[in-house]
Design a protein around this ligand. Structure first.
Ligand code: ZN
Length: 96
């Protein structure tokens, strides 16, 4: 089973930061867009779990990686808030 460690961090970052972006829609479409957009901007860190056990111990090399993930997620939430693919109009986008 091949697993991308960054994915877990991106999902965690989404859960932590989502409440701070009230303009972000948060539906299933927008959530996946935010995760995909963020993941595509970050280098993947793959591990193989040969034992079949779920990798819960996630270690990124540096604190810098965590910061990079948070910055990328912030950009994603802002960008998708402005033009959500699900069609919901954000309050920010309606302003002149
Ligand atoms: Zn949405």
């Amino acid at each position: 089973m091949i697993h991308n460690l960054v994915e877990e961090h991106v999902v965690a970052a989404y859960d932590a930061m989502r409440p701070h972006f009230p303009d972000f829609c948060g539906c299933a479409v927008c959530r996946e867009d935010a995760l995909v957009y963020t993941l595509n901007r970050l280098p993947a860190r793959y591990v193989a779990s040969t034992t079949g056990s779920v990798v819960t111990e996630v270690n990124l090399e540096k604190e810098q990686s965590r910061a990079a993930i948070e910055v990328a997620m912030m950009d994603s939430l802002r960008k998708i808030s402005m033009a959500p693919r699900c069609g919901r109009r954000s309050t920010a986008a309606q302003q002149p």
